[in-house]
Design a protein around this ligand. Sequence first.
Ligand SMILES: [Cu+2]
Length: 482
Amino acid sequence: MKRRDLLKLGGMTLVGAARLPLLAQTGMKMPLAAPLAESKADYTLRIAPVTVELDRSHIISTIGYNGTAPGPVLRMREGKPVSVDVINDTDTPEFVHWHGMLIPAEVDGTGEEGSPPVPSHGQRRFQLTPGPAGSRWYHSHAMAMDDLHKGSYTGQFGFVYVDDGNDPGHYDQELFLALRDWEPFFTSTMEDDDDDTHNDPVLEKPPVLNTDPNGLEVGSMTYSINDKALGSGEPIRVREGQRLLIRFLNASAIENRRIALPGHKMKVIALDGNPVPTPQMLDSIFLGAGERVDVVIEMNHPGVWILGSTEKMIRESGLGVVVEYAGQHRQPQWIDPPKAPWDYTIFGTSTSSLPPPQQTIETVFEKIPGGAGKFNSWLINGKPYPHEREFMLQQGVRYRLVMRNRTDDAHPMHLHRHLWELAEINGKKTAGVLKDTVVVPYYGRATVDFTADQPGLSLFHCHLQQHMDYGFKALFHVSEAL
Ligand SMILES: [Cu+2]
């Protein structure tokens, strides 16, 4: 049976009359005692309006999964096929994307790749084999354009942890913390300092800059970690001597973030869910939209602390959580960490254990200020989406992807259904760091290597929703090996 048939089987409406012909078609044997209509999926996600109580005086209304935002942490076993029923109680078709999973386009949850939508007031069953192991996540992949109540602006996000059964368990508590902003609005003054700064040479700065006025961008003034603003909800309660494993996710549709826990170092052990060759002890970590960072923290500095954004305004507007040692009662403390540029290459090694790339794909990113009327538009290689059959790849071939960012923003770039290995960031070489998203520094360059091992369409895009919606995406066509 082909994957496509499985999906058809899974995605069909649960009406008895429609069932039998499909089963006959696929040749699948189904015991009469357990008709599919009554078989329960391993997981169910219900998309519906939810309220999120950020704090007692601030309750927002959005769309979420299973009555909450973020949705439940789904734990799956690597390589063990699962079924997921997605029920859509809203008025618009939806896509549930499994970010970081190496799965067929049919179940990847991306309209551009041809994944079928979950119809409004309908449902669809997805069957997928989770992998690779590590911190993955699921979120809406619907287009939003100028509707800030759609796609990744809503509360449709949650963690999936794919377990390989080999967790050595060297920690006392495991926490899943998603960084979020809420109530987005259009603005012409993005006054945040989301740590886009770097001291590297600006290799891709154009000799002549486009000085046309910028279009409106998306901003926020309301933040949380998971569903609570700083100061509301329960603190993270710890004891001296404990080890905390925190899996961070930047689930923002809008911005990159820097996070610190004063008085403590964070040992970065995995990026985008994949263990790094060279773990590092750091004062703060940086996450582009869509990225995950796993850290281990030794609780060796008793007190009451704020774990949160290094930007005062954002932290005080909710992006933080109190960490309280047993027996300590005082005002939560914040101390600014030393400034340090984020450098992916320190987590790497000198030589790759993977085969060298055979071909190079060159990409250049540009912004057209006001190119989409009120908003900016974004070009890859001089063109907005779609790039008619521009990126034709062959299954099994290892590619080097060069991303040249000729804009004044840092862009978190993501390639669906593939894992890439960082090769070079702003001229600094590295190897062994496996990721699915990478922040390409402003006027900078990132180079990654990946094997085109998933046939079909794979979407390559900026993970900021507005950038993606206004042109910053392309399809890689991977032709099946003969
Ligand atoms: Cu972008």
